[in-house]
Design a protein around this ligand. Structure first.
Ligand SMILES: Cc1cc2nc3c(=O)[nH]c(=O)nc-3n(C[C@H](O)[C@H](O)[C@H](O)COP(=O)(O)OP(=O)(O)OC[C@H]3O[C@@H](n4cnc5c(N)ncnc54)[C@H](O)[C@@H]3O)c2cc1C
Length: 306
């Protein structure tokens, strides 16, 4: 076990973790940042809604720039998976397999992972994503499908909400159930009818890229679309918060106060893993607030002076 105690350990080096690292390092705090390397931002072919980049920016390039900025102040990303987290009332123990690290505070910036459609192989998935044939975030890139032919793979309240959101951008929206028949309440059906959103039963399968379209099988035969949005939910990576006793929502998102602190004192969270809008700007804003709250908490314990 490492006997030194850090001021803060950040888990996750996506936009939230990296922003926090830049702030905390510039507050002259001793930090470490563990990351197992699957930021959702690395999936972004080009983001057009991230302010400051009028021609858009690739997600990996944005992460590179943030890593470079953090490294400039001594905050290095360590490529390790954190496997457990404990709090003994005074400090935290962060486990990376058999290694243990102690910290006065911890920031969880572990994000979420989108569920993919079944039966699409990884290579095709990544190519479709890179070409905008598969998309996961209407808030991010609905604008890019303006007047295009769009499929939403999903059903129920979530599928309906996503299809309805995309109807802002195009008249040609089809909601396709991932498995058998749709599971839609009367309210959902009436919302979809009112918006002119077509429904098709599943199962979806036999995905293929055909020219500039993504095609797949439905109960109504093979169909091709300019873009398909899986609306299949996501895995919220909040297990470390749970293992430490912090409160999470019904969906599994970490619950925090206005300063991004959980109900475990000294345990903070920011970004997609927290209840709220899953966007880079939000992740960065939350990380700035959390990092400053961490700094203020530590200075109450012992004044931070040069
Ligand atoms: C296809 C796509 C396009 C998008 N486009 C946009 C866009 O245009 N604009 C926009 O604002 N947003 C966009 N988003 C959303 C954006 O990517 C996320 O909101 C953002 O990445 C959230 O940042 P985060 O730091 O909270 O989480 P993430 O970026 O997901 O980073 C979390 C990090 O935590 C690490 N981690 C998790 N668990 C552990 C562990 N136990 N130990 C160590 N490390 C761990 C992961 O490896 C990962 O690197 C898009 C998302 C997708 C999927």
């Amino acid at each position: 076990m490492n006997t030194e105690i850090d001021d803060c350990i950040i888990v996750g080096a996506g936009p939230a973790g990296l922003t926090a690292a830049i702030y905390l390092a510039r507050y002259y705090l001793s930090i470490r940042m563990f990351d197992c390397g699957t930021s959702r931002a690395s999936w972004i072919p080009t983001s057009h809604n991230h302010a400051g980049f009028p021609d858009g920016i690739n997600g990996e390039e944005l992460l590179d720039r943030m890593r470079e900025q953090a490294a400039k102040y001594g905050a290095m990303r360590e490529p390790r998976r954190v496997t457990d987290l404990k709090h003994d009332g005074k400090a935290f123990t962060v486990y990376c397999g058999d290694d243990e690290h102690r910290a006065r505070t911890v920031l969880l910036a572990t994000g979420v992972v989108n569920n993919r459609p079944e039966g699409i192989d990884e290579r095709m998935h990544d190519e479709a994503l890179a070409r905008g044939l598969l998309r996961y975030c209407p808030v991010c890139d609905g604008y890019e499908v303006t007047d295009r032919r769009v499929a939403v793979i999903g059903t129920g309240d979530h599928g309906t909400a996503e299809a309805q959101f995309l109807r802002t951008y195009t008249r040609d929206v089809t909601l396709i159930s991932p498995e058998g028949d749709h599971d839609l309440s009367d309210e959902c059906s009436s919302v979809l009818d009112d918006a002119g959103i077509v429904r098709l039963a599943g199962p979806c399968g036999e995905f293929a890229i055909e020219g500039d379209r993504i095609a797949f099988r439905t109960a109504d035969g093979r169909k091709a679309y300019d873009s398909a949005y899986p609306a299949l939910g996501s895995v919220i990576r909040s297990e470390l918060a749970v293992s430490c006793g912090a409160k999470v929502s019904e969906e599994g998102c970490i619950e925090v106060d206005d300063h991004l602190e959980t109900d475990v004192p000294g345990l903070f969270a920011a970004g997609d893993v927290v209840v709220g809008l899953d966007q880079i700007s939000h992740a960065m804003g939350q990380a700035g607030v959390a990092a400053t709250a961490i700094r203020n908490l530590l200075t109450e314990i012992e004044p931070l002076r040069r």
